[in-house]
Design a binder for this molecule. Sequence first.
Ligand SMILES: *Cc1c(COP(=O)(O)O)cnc(C)c1O
Length: 428
Amino acid sequence: MKGKIDQWSREYALQKDQMDNLSHFRQEFYIKEDVIYFDGNSLGLLSKRAEAALHHLVESWKRYGIDGWTTGEHPWFYLSESLARQTAPLIGASPEEVVVSGSTTVNLHQLVSSFYHPQGDKTKILADELNFPSDIYALKSQIKQKNLIPDEELVQVKSRDGNMLEEGDIIARMTEDVALIVLPSVLYRSGQILDIERLTAEAHKRGILIGFDLCHSIGAVPHKLSEWNVDFAFWCTYKHLNGGPGSVGGLYVHRRHFGNEPGLAGWFSSDKNKQFDMEHELTPAVDAGAYQIGTPHVLSMAPLIGSLEMFSEAGIDCIREKSLQLTDYLLKLISHELEGYGFSAANPADHQARGGHVFIEHKEAVRICKALKDAGVIPDFRAPRGIRLAPVALYNTFEEVWLVVQKLKTIMEKELYKQYENKRGVVA
Ligand SMILES: *Cc1c(COP(=O)(O)O)cnc(C)c1O
């Protein structure tokens, strides 16, 4: 009989892979043999099912022409709603509360223009100083649309350490002058999860509406948006959901807000049975469908049909469990194997507060990322000194985690990073 396997060995990783009950999904993705892809939180990989779904819809265009809107296996006219049914379980919403439409930034504009009604002294939007720039630009321009001044009306909660937010600090700033709150579910750099349930309850106690950007959590972390009474949410589908570059995003609106007019209306905001009456008086859909604007980008939604099927088969709770095991393992190996090389883990340690990726900092991060790329690893550099590593549950392995840390160790031991220029590329 063999003895216990050394926990720092490659055999240990291989054993974890053997026990992994999601491992069969890996073969459904296009994975390059000599590359370890740890950037699925920026752009998820293509799967064969997503590719087949895209081909299927191109075929329906070829075969049916305009009749494709209502004919075939996936009639285009109802695709935003049928994809919503596939998405709803990932965020804990009912299908009518979800629609697949627009993009992160467009949906944020739509939702803020629908939910932000500054009145009297209640005029401010509360956000944070660590959010992704696009969200902040959108909030500022929405404030300008109301003839108000962004510097006065946008409140950005400060981070104490530059990486995380204190929920207490956010709650302390939920004062009477705040009309609306928009926060990320998972911070895109440090991967910190905000406690959506708690923040929503605190906002509602004070009569403030609250919405969340789920870009970095959807497909990686389960949510219960309806149960938590979250007012609205929005996300992209090209990160953990593997919908492809520029794939169509999604949004959620809690059912208690059904029946309101969308801030930005268009003919796809319409009740579907009335849409082709072509009247100039809009009858909005009675559910989240009302927040659509124009003709759906059918070919950019198509891959999601196949991709979301895998999430349904795997189950978001199992995906989350494996994701945590992968990031636990990665963090453990980093602290053991790379000790003394100047790395620090800047993501939360707690399972409750850690999203789907790991965030480590090093003063030579730019050059280390370049060396990693040449060593066949795709990381994600975040200025000035951050390295994001996302081992993704559906297609990455424990062995890949082990290999990445070994490659990092070689780069540090042999100072290979010193061969590279200290300058970042155009994308990231
Ligand atoms: C990825 C991401 C975006 C991107 O917005 P798009 O409109 O899809 O370009 C916006 N906000 C956050 C927090 C993101 O992570």
